[in-house]
Every structure is written in structure tokens, then in C-alpha cells.
Design a binder for this molecule. Structure first.
Ligand code: GLU
Length: 611
């Protein structure tokens, strides 16, 4: 799960590669490197650590050339080190490779090559690719043919950028299971793991499909399938702007993205539930009464934050539509032989649309004849392309590794999908829908209101900065919000925290509670508030500090909790998107106090393209 870039053209490659890697560092950041062809030889610089280390190295040892490949790594095979950093080269520096993903059969190929006398210097799976291509090249195949032959041997997930010493004008890109886009410029062409890396140079891109290989020269892009047949692909014109991916004066991308939420949720709602329209606009999503009548099982499958957004969807569909929904994290779903057939609807949720486990869950479902509806942010991503129907959440590029605005837009998508299904199957009357619609329109303004009062969360983060154990508790939808709140704190503040169904706490975890514990109680679902208040009393009686999130007007809770963050009143079913905002802000300010790397938390990466 790394970032790869490549350039072939008339300009100097190193600065273009650095610029691109800069936009991709969110994908991985434990090492960085590049290989540049100077017209005669391939020269390489690579180093452990952030991209800034590579930039320093490049100042000390400048590289020159108009063909090159670059990489920021998120290690899977071999610790982050200078040697394990990418690119990886064949022994005599004929072939250089950057790789995103995992080669599952690398040991087998490594042994085979070792027997033939090839030597390896790194612990990575990637290095075997350079040697394997080189082995075919040495047998007399062309660079292109050697790549085709090598790729036919590789199992696993990979996106590759490859250059050859003897082909100073050729960049080859390969895609299987990991994202890769090809940028079409004027007298220059590009490859990158994600579009922002290209936007300073071109808006014309091709999305490579599975098992495709692109051969780029300064003036030409040829795309082939794995059998070497040329493929015709339409160009995609990127309409969004690079500024959307910059910080706009905020200290962190995360804070900027938190503050973008009113706008994004408003856009998601207005696009699907137009003010002057009658119903819900789902574009090409074919999920009318007829399709729904043919469905007797729904799954919601995703990973991480997207999974927690999916859980809200499960809860709402069950509660409002009265259809049973099974939720499962994708990494479990894919290996448990799930019950799937052509009467199953699988809803997958993914910000990047490249999440490896979720993508595989989608493929398993499709192979069994199930219908797949994807709730995705990244346009043109693998999940979006392979799903039967796509609900784009339109959150724009999310740069901070910890997801905020995508979660809110995913939850808004769940509200809309639930209403759509409920209306279609007659579980929601026109009047009921009208009432929900009117309330939905107030949600963005209410998010704005919570954000204007962020000094509350800032003060509370200061007050509680010494705690080392946090429990998030809640009931019903509040429990689902607790889960996302707890994850946020773990991700960016590196604090041990757990989410527990409030009523379950006494069945074990309460033993851990003492005066150094903070309990964050989400108490927004009013029909359950008395129960949650009792649970707050239980933890208070054992010395814990309690901070609650409640709807305005619930003054009772202030008698038991040490602190209460009030959110504007709304329908219980729509409350999760509001109740989650204080959790985001609290996690952000806790992390700020603790001095962590908020936008790029340790050990994480934005787009998890490994399983
Ligand atoms: N498997 C490769 C490695 O560990 C690539 C990982 C990545 O995608 O960054 O070096």
C-alpha cells in the first residue's frame, strides 16, 4: 500500500517524481526512493524515512534524466530500511522496479532464481520482480516481452512501474489488484497510484483495468491485456481541483476535512434528495421495488471507519425497512464462505474504493451471482468499477489518514439509501419521508453549529490529556458512534481506548475502570438515555471521569457526567452524524496535545491495498 509515480517525457523527471510522491505520501511513508535514467544508465536514490529524507539526498546527489520512477513505501515484506526501500534493481542495473502490493509466490520465484545464480540484497517480495524480468531479458526477449512473461508468473496484488537501461524512452506500468492511473500529457506521459499526483501536469487520465499493462513513451500510450492484445480505453477528464487537496490555512488536513463536513454532507444530501424534487435520485443505481423484491438477504461489508458507517446503515435498514442485514468486516467475510446467491445484496463501503479486503469481498459476492452496491468516494476506483451499482459520496479527496468527512458522507449515504429502500417497499409513507427530508436538510447547519463550538472539545482535551485509558460507551446507534469515536482516538492519539455497548460494560471491562479512566458516553438516543445514565453512574462510582455527548435539553445528564457536550436536537435516527463530530474534534485535540503526527499517524496508511 504505497505510492508509485513514473514519468517519461522531455522535462527533468526528479522534480516531477518528488512532486507526485508528495501528493501520495498519505499512502505510505516509511521510506522513499526513485530511479532516473540519464540517457545511458539508471541511477537510483532511496532511503528509509519520510519523503523529506529523499529530498535531502537528492540535493546532495542530484539525479538527471527525463525518464524515472518513484515510490513511497508502506512495508509489508522486510522492515523499513534503506535496502528494502524501492526502487529495486536487477544485479547489473538493467531493470528498475517500483511496486505497490504483495507478490504471494515470491519465495518460490526467489528460490528458482537463486538456483540460476541470481543474488538478492533485500528482504522484499518486490526485488524478485526486477530479477525475473532481467532473467527473461537476458534470454533475449525484448523489454516489453520480458515484462509480459514475468507478470504471467506473479501471483498476488501489484501495481508496478518499470524501466530498462536499454530503453531510455520507455516506461512500463502493470496493474493487478493495486490502483494505477496513466496520465496523458503533451510530449510527456505519467503513471501514478492516484490522481492528485498528476494534476499539476495533466487532467487526462486512463484508469488501467485488472491485468493490464501500459507501455508509455513521451508521445504514446499503449495499453494491453495480459494476452498482449491491445486494449482501447476511453480517456477520463478530471474535473476537480488540486486546491481541494491543499490545507487552506488549517493546521492539518484532518482539521480542514472536519470543517468541510457541513458542505460535503449538504452536497451529498442535495444531490440525492433535491429540494424541489419528489423523491430520491440515485442516478443509475438499479434498486427499485422489483430488484428489492428479488432480494432476501443483505450484507454490509467494509473495513475500519467505513465499516462503522456501514453499521449505521445496517441498523437503519433493519429498523426502518424491517429487512435483516448482516454486517461483517471484509477481512472476515472473505474467508468465511458466506451464504451468497443471486438473491443477495452486498453493500460495500470504502473511501478509497481500493481497500483490498473489501474489493475481494465484492468479487466473491459477484462470483456467486449476488448484486453489489458500492458506497465509494474515489471516482473510477476498482470497487466503483467492479460493483453493479455505485453510490458516490462526493466527499472530494480525503488526505488525512484518519477518515472524517468520508465517514460523515458515508453515514449520510446510509440515511438516503435507507429512505430509498423504505419508500420503495412501502415501509415509509410519503409524509414520513417528507418529515425525514426536511430534517435531513437541517443536518449540515447543525454540523456547522457543533464546529463553531469546537473550543469545548479543545478545552476538554486539555483537561483530559493525562488519561491513558478511555472507554466509549453507548446504546443502539450511540454504540455504533462510540465505535468510530474510539477508533479515531486510537488512530491519531495512540491512546488505548475501547468501545463498549453501555450495558455490556459490567460483564467484564468494568474491572479495568479506576480513577485514571475516562468514559465517553454517547447518550443521544433519547429512548435509551435513562439506561445510559445508569451506566455512567456505575463507572463514576468506580472512580472514572465521565464525559457525555447529549442532545440539547437533556439537563439530567449534567447531574451525573463531569462534562457534557451538547449537540443540536434532531431525529434519533439522524443523530449519529452529529454525535460523531464532537468525537472527531476531541480526538484531534487530544492528538494535538500529545504531539502525534495527526495527518500521517504511525503505522497507518490511507488506502489499505493489502489484505
Ligand atoms: N511488498 C512491497 C514491500 O514490502 C511493497 C509494499 C508497498 O506496497 O509499499 O516492499
Amino acid at each position: 500500500m504505497c505510492g508509485i509515480v513514473g514519468y517519461v517525457g522531455k522535462n527533468q523527471a526528479p522534480s516531477i517524481l518528488i512532486d507526485g510522491l508528495n501528493k501520495l505520501e498519505y499512502r505510505g511513508y516509511d521510506s522513499a526512493g526513485m530511479a532516473v535514467h540519464d540517457g545511458k544508465n539508471i541511477n537510483m536514490l532511496k532511503t528509509k524515512g519520510r519523503l523529506s529524507n529523499l529530498i535531502k539526498l537528492l540535493i546532495e546527489h542530484p539525479l538527471k534524466g527525463t525518464l524515472g520512477i518513484g515510490h513511497t513505501r508502506w512495508a509489508t515484506h522486510g522492515a523499513p530500511s534503506d535496502i528494502n526501500s524501492h526502487p529495486h534493481m536487477s544485479e547489473d542495473h538493467v531493470i528498475a522496479v517500483v511496486h505497490n502490493g504483495i507478490i504471494e509466490n515470491y519465495m518460490e520465484i526467489k528460490e528458482e532464481l537463486a538456483e540460476k545464480g541470481f543474488h538478492f540484497v533485500s528482504e522484499t517480495d518486490t526485488e524478485i520482480i526486477a530479477h525475473l524480468i532481467d532473467s527473461y531479458y537476458k534470454e533475449g526477449l525484448s523489454f516489453e516481452k520480458s515484462v509480459f512473461k514475468a507478470v504471467s508468473r506473479l501471483e498476488g496484488a501489484y501495481a508496478l512501474g518499470i524501466i530498462c537501461r536499454d530503453c531510455p524512452d520507455t516506461l512500463i506500468a502493470v496493474r493487478k489488484g493495486s490502483p494505477l492511473v496513466v496520465g496523458n500529457g503533451n510530449g510527456e506521459n505519467f503513471i501514478a497510484s492516484d490522481i492528485p499526483a498528476l494534476l499539476n501536469y495533466t487532467r487526462e487520465v486512463y484508469f488501467l483495468e485488472e491485468d493490464e499493462i501500459a507501455v508509455l513513451t513521451p508521445d504514446d500510450i499503449k495499453i494491453y491485456d495480459k494476452n498482449e492484445n491491445p486494449v482501447k480505453r476511453d480517456i477520463y477528464h478530471v474535473t476537480w481541483d488540486i486546491e481541494a487537496a491543499e490545507k487552506s490555512g488549517y493546521a492539518h488536513f484532518m482539521l480542514k476535512e472536519i470543517h468541510e463536513q457541513p458542505k460535503i454532507v449538504r452536497e451529498t444530501i442535495l444531490k440525492r434528495v433535491p429540494e424541489n424534487g419528489e423523491g430520491i435520485v440515485l442516478d443509475n443505481i438499479k434498486l427499485g421495488k422489483e430488484e428489492l423484491d428479488n432480494i432476501d438477504r443483505i450484507y454490509v461489508v467494509a473495513c475500519g471507519t467505513a465499516y462503522y458507517a456501514g453499521l449505521i446503515g445496517k441498523h437503519l435498514i433493519e429498523k426502518v425497512c424491517r429487512i435483516p442485514v448482516v454486517s461483517e468486516v471484509a477481512s472476515e467475510f472473505r474467508y468465511k464462505d458466506p451464504i451468497l446467491d443471486d438473491r443477495t445484496l452486498l453493500i460495500v463501503v470504502s473511501q478509497s474504493g481500493e481497500t483490498a479486503d473489501t474489493l475481494e469481498a465484492l468479487r466473491i459476492a459477484k462470483r456467486s451471482g449476488a448484486r453489489v452496491l458500492a458506497v465509494v468516494n474515489a471516482v473510477g476506483s476498482s470497487i466503483a468499477r467492479e460493483a453493479d451499482d455505485v453510490f458516490y459520496i462526493l466527499a472530494g479527496p480525503e488526505i488525512a489518514v484518519a477518515s472524517t468527512k468520508a465517514y460523515s458522507a458515508q453515514v449520510a449515504a446510509m440515511y438516503i439509501l435507507t429512505c430509498h429502500i423504505a419508500v420503495a417497499i412501502g415501509k415509509m409513507s410519503k409524509d414520513e419521508f417528507k418529515a425525514v427530508k426536511e430534517e435531513l436538510y437541517t443536518i449540515p447547519g447543525k454540523i456547522e453549529y457543533i464546529l463553531q463550538k469546537e473550543s469545548v472539545e479543545k478545552r476538554l482535551a486539555e483537561k483530559y490529556k493525562g488519561v491513558r485509558n478511555v472507554f466509549y460507551i453507548g446504546r443502539g446507534l450511540d454504540y455504533l458512534v462510540s465505535q468510530e469515536g474510539s477508533l479515531k482516538l486510537k488512530e491519531i492519539a495512540y491512546l488505548h481506548s475501547e468501545a463498549y455497548a453501555a450495558g455490556e460494560l459490567k460483564h467484564g471491562p468494568i474491572a479495568m475502570i479506576d480513577e485514571n479512566t475516562l468514559v465517553v458516553a454517547i447518550a443521544v438516543q433519547e429512548e435509551l438515555i435513562e439506561k445510559t445514565i445508569s451506566n455512567i453512574k456505575e463507572v463514576k462510582a468506580r472512580g472514572a471521569k465521565a464525559m457525555a455527548i447529549a442532545m440539547k435539553g437533556n439537563t439530567k445528564i449534567a447531574d451525573v457526567a463531569d462534562d457534557v457536550i451538547y449537540i443540536p436536537r434532531t431525529m434519533g435516527l439522524l443523530a449519529p452524524v452529529l454525535a460523531n463530530i464532537p468525537n472527531q474534534l476531541f480526538a484531534y485535540y487530544m492528538a494535538l496535545n500529545l504531539g502525534t503526527d495527526i495527518d500521517k499517524p504511525r503505522n497507518l496508511a490511507k488506502s489499505v491495498t493489502v489484505e
